[in-house]
Design a protein around this ligand. Structure first.
Ligand SMILES: Cc1cc2nc3c(=O)[nH]c(=O)nc-3n(C[C@H](O)[C@H](O)[C@H](O)COP(=O)(O)OP(=O)(O)OC[C@H]3O[C@@H](n4cnc5c(N)ncnc54)[C@H](O)[C@@H]3O)c2cc1C
Ligand code: SF4
Length: 407
């Protein structure tokens, strides 16, 4: 691998106006990193990566590179783009355990971060670097959010999150696992106990339902419930998946690794939400895709569909009357997630935006002064790098807020 990434680095043209960087949501300084790497200054390159994006090693593994750096590299116009994400993975994986971290001198201000997904982790790291005393409250036992409980081990090893936790603790970040805010404790309690600001990064964990008969049958499950702990489920050999987004792809690939022999994903239309890379991997693993099937209801024997009718642009314009029953030992519904709304229900003044997510201003402050938010709880189910981008802005917003005279 080292030889390959060195060759990749040597192919980079060190562009003056790098398209790769412009296409990265956190504007990773790609040419500068590559130059440092070529000069064997790997740890300096790692420091630059982490300074800009504390989730660098994770983004190197799970970002949609086709739509970002790789897909926009100028060399791709006539040939093969530079595979920067492999270079990034090598550098940031090497750097993760070797970064020199020690708690920063504290500035006397405490910040509470709710949720330890990529948004919460990024926010906590940025604030701790700037001298804030940060405590993360996490409902589950391990940090990482969807990185730990959603994205499967074969795409993102869970050990990386444990390595992060070690470094974050060394930075002086406190972590309270198995602690839900909006249960025994709430946002009001946090302010009572001396936290000057709160950053809510609670993600989207309520599976979206289809509103059809059969969703509560014993052999019907939601995608995110399954991925949280696949070994707890006995799916049988023949699995039907409703949906064809990235979560459905992860469900299909996980089920095939846990004993399922026949896994079929069904989509109502012909255009699907999953990236072409994820679809190709799911197909390589043996999953099948069936388009033009609208779920009507689910029985103990499996899902029942109506067939879609398409116009000349492949748009669904209706459904045939006839029903088609498909045999399946288990049916898994994977049609995205929404927020749980628990913070909204327990925090006076917190409001929803039109998209149903937490309403924030340009600094990512919510409608309650001192309460900021970032990640999927603001955008709806989206991406790791977007969560990082927002968390950086929200952390800056908190620092600005706490340095203003009225606090
Ligand atoms: C199966 C799956 C695969 C994905 N694959 C990719 C991919 O390949 N690439 C990509 O870029 N994105 C992917 N995503 C999306 C990505 O994981 C999310 O966009 C990202 O994790 C959002 O980060 P977050 O920090 O906002 O929320 P989350 O990661 O959801 O973290 C929220 C955290 O808050 C905690 N929490 C919630 N409520 C409370 C509370 N009241 N009190 C205390 N803690 C609380 C949760 O337990 C969780 O740890 C995937 C998502 C899923 C579900
Ligand atoms: S666009 Fe490609 S060649 Fe240019 S700096 Fe980025 S990676 Fe290097």
């Amino acid at each position: 691998m080292a030889i390959h990434i060195r060759e990749e680095a040597n192919r980079c043209l060190n562009c003056k106006k790098p398209m790769c960087k412009a296409a990265c949501p956190v504007e990773t300084p790609i040419p500068e990193i590559i130059q440092l790497f070529k000069e064997n200054r790997t740890l300096e390159a790692g420091e630059m990566l982490f300074e800009n994006n504390p989730m660098s090693v994770i983004c190197a593994m799970v970002c949609n590179h086709e739509a970002q750096c790789f897909g926009h590299c100028v060399l791709g116009r006539k040939g093969t783009p530079v595979q920067f994400y492999d270079i990034e993975k090598y550098i940031s994986d090497t750097y993760l355990d070797r970064m020199v971290v020690s708690p920063k001198e504290k500035n006397g201000k405490n910040v509470a971060v709710i949720g330890s997904g990529p948004a919460g982790m990024t926010g906590a790291i940025v604030l701790a670097r700037n001298g804030y005393d940060v405590t993360i409250f996490e409902e589950r036992c391990y940090i990482g959010g969807m990185l730990y409980y959603g994205i499967p081990e074969f795409r993102l090893p869970k050990s990386i999150l444990h390595r992060y936790q070690d470094q974050m603790v060394k930075m002086g970040i406190h972590i309270r696992p198995n602690t839900t805010i909006s249960d025994a404790l709430n946002i009001e309690t946090l302010f009572r106990d001396g936290y000057s600001a709160v950053m809510a990064c609670t993600g989207v964990w309520r599976p979206k339902t289809l509103g059809i008969v059969g969703e509560s049958l014993p052999n019907v499950h939601f995608g995110i419930s399954y991925l949280t702990n696949p070994s707890a489920f006995q799916l049988g050999e023949n699995v039907a998946i409703i949906g064809m987004g990235n979560v459905a792809m992860d469900v299909a690939r996980t089920a095939l690794r846990h004993g399922a022999r026949q896994v079929t994903m069904y989509a109502r239309g012909k255009h699907i939400a999953a990236s072409s890379e994820e679809v190709q991997y799911a197909q390589l693993d043996g999953a099948e895709t069936v388009f033009g099937k609208m779920i009507d209801h689910i029985t103990p024997e499996g899902p029942v569909f109506k067939t879609s009718i398409f116009d000349e642009n492949d748009k669904v314009i209706g459904y045939e009357e006839e029903l088609e029953a498909v045999k399946a030992d288990a049916t898994i519904i994977a049609v995205s997630q929404g927020p749980k709304d628990r913070l909204l229900l327990t925090t006076e003044g917190l409001k929803k935006a039109e998209n149903g997510m937490l309403q924030v201003d340009e600094n990512f402050m919510t409608t309650v002064p001192g309460v900021f938010a970032a990640g999927d709880v603001v955008t709806g189910s989206y991406t790791v790098v977007s969560a990082v981008r927002q968390a950086k802005i929200a952390a800056e917003g908190i620092m600005k807020y706490l340095s203003s005279e009225n606090v």
